[in-house]
Design a binder for this molecule. Structure first.
Ligand code: SF4
Ligand code: SF4
Length: 105
C-alpha cells in the first residue's frame, strides 16, 4: 500500500487543489482526505473492475469506500461529492491510472 500511496502523492496530490506548490496536502486535522484513509479499499475497488468504462470504476468506488464513509448519508448522498470537495472522488479516474501503472511495474 505504501507504493500506491507514494505514487498517488507524486502524481495526484501535486495537481490537487488542496495541496500547496510543493504538492503537500493543506488539509487540517479536522478535515480528512479519503485517499490515505482508504487506500486498501481503493485498491480493492480498482482490482474488482475489469472494464474500460469510467462508470464501472466509480460504481466500485462507491461500493467499496463511500458506503462506509462517514460523509455519505443512508440515502447515498454526500455533500462533499456534490460540492466537488472530495479529493478521492474528484481525482478518481487519475487515481485508477496511477494504481494500474504501479501494478504494471
Ligand atoms: S486532499 Fe487528498 S488528494 Fe488532495 S493533496 Fe490532500 S491527500 Fe492529496
Ligand atoms: S465521495 Fe463522499 S462518501 Fe465518497 S469517499 Fe468522498 S467524502 Fe466519502
Amino acid at each position: 500500500m505504501e507504493e500506491y500511496l507514494k505514487a498517488i502523492k507524486e502524481k495526484v496530490c501535486t495537481i490537487c487543489v488542496d495541496s500547496d506548490e510543493s504538492g503537500q496536502c493543506k488539509m487540517t486535522d479536522e478535515e480528512f482526505c479519503a485517499v490515505e484513509l482508504n487506500i486498501d479499499k481503493i485498491v480493492a475497488a480498482v482490482n474488482s473492475v475489469d472494464s474500460d468504462r469510467t462508470e464501472d470504476y466509480i460504481e466500485a468506488l462507491h461500493d467499496y469506500v463511500c458506503v462506509s464513509c462517514k460523509n455519505e448519508t443512508d440515502a447515498g448522498n454526500c455533500n462533499l461529492r456534490n460540492d466537488v470537495n472530495c479529493g478521492l472522488d474528484r481525482y478518481f479516474p487519475h487515481i485508477v491510472e496511477v494504481i494500474r501503472a504501479v501494478q504494471l511495474r
